[in-house]
Design a protein around this ligand. Structure first.
Ligand code: SF4
Ligand code: SF4
Ligand code: SF4
Length: 270
């Protein structure tokens, strides 16, 4: 169990607790302002140079300090954690409505509107965090920008995202309030880019970790192509699959590719 499970999940997975999606948390005015400012800030980033590039100019000696400050602030305000497809299903079954909305990062990195983010609504009559976002961000409820999904549609969409090789993650707006579920690859996701290119901890590993059964592995290498985090690699010379568990984020994308079920997810020991 991670810190959030201890603090906000009563020892269970914190992102499966309905209270962390509730209007009660959203009633906090500081949190409401944070959400408004978050989306306004992201809109201002479109067309600008990636601010994380500035990290390359930080002297080596100061880098650990800068990383601690940035990741500490993110943990508090905008914490992201990888979740498996199965966990996304549990979340969808817990909330009352799911809304599909334009991906913040893809607007900036691809300069395109791609609807890969899902927002959750717990109370049936509320738009939750979504009502706080400036209307210019989309064309209104049920317009092309903000699309209400039925549970069945949301579950199908998540399966399609998973088949596309997208990593699922939940995100807070002032932890522990969970405002949405993202579906990403490092090509367009600024969070994954932060982890994999700029060596920051923007996205945190999930509650699971992969396990390999050597006895049933065919060393075909198919799973290695699904891993964005470098935990699986295929040694072509030795024709052998290599697993570095320390790099595993527990996304589960590799497990569905394996023809012999040689990979499975087990609880992570933090
Ligand atoms: S974290 Fe992923 S889905 Fe969320 S805004 Fe960024 S790229 Fe889009
Ligand atoms: S090894 Fe599998 S579960 Fe772990 S990060 Fe890579 S794809 Fe995800
Ligand atoms: S896909 Fe399965 S059988 Fe193929 S290398 Fe990976 S674990 Fe082994």
């Amino acid at each position: 169990m991670c810190d959030n499970c201890v603090k906000h999940g009563e020892g269970k997975k914190w992102f499966l607790q309905a209270k962390n999606y509730s209007d009660e948390l959203l009633a906090d005015l500081r949190r409401r302002r944070y959400i408004q400012e978050f989306f306004a800030h992201q809109a201002r980033q479109v067309g600008k140079a990636e601010p994380m590039e500035l990290l390359r100019r930080v002297p080596k000696l100061l880098r650990p300090l800068v990383d601690t400050v940035i990741t500490g602030r993110l943990r508090r305000d905008h914490f992201g954690q990888v979740v498996t497809l199965e966990e996304t299903r549990e979340i969808v079954l817990m909330v009352s409505k799911v809304v599909r909305l334009p991906c913040v990062c893809r607007r900036i990195t691809l300069r395109q509107e791609r609807r890969y983010c899902l927002g959750f609504i717990l109370s049936p009559n509320s738009l939750g965090a979504l009502e706080l976002i400036d209307p210019s961000y989309w064309d209104g409820p049920d317009g092309p920008g903000l699309e209400m999904l039925t549970r069945a549609e949301a579950l199908t969409l998540l399966e399609e995202f998973n088949a596309e090789g997208l990593v699922h993650s939940v995100w807070t707006f002032k932890t522990p309030f969970i405002g949405g579920l993202c579906n990403c690859t490092p090509t367009e996701c600024r969070a994954m880019l932060g982890n994999l290119t700029y060596d920051l901890t923007v996205l945190h590993p999930g509650e699971s970790i992969v396990r390999l059964n050597r006895a049933t592995c065919l060393n075909c290498g198919a799973c290695a192509n699904r891993c964005w985090f470098g935990a699986l690699s295929f040694d072509r010379g030795a024709r052998r699959l290599e697993l570095n568990q320390a790099k595993c984020y527990g996304c589960g994308l590799c497990t569905v590719t394996c023809p012999t079920q040689a990979l499975d997810l087990i609880p992570r020991r933090w």
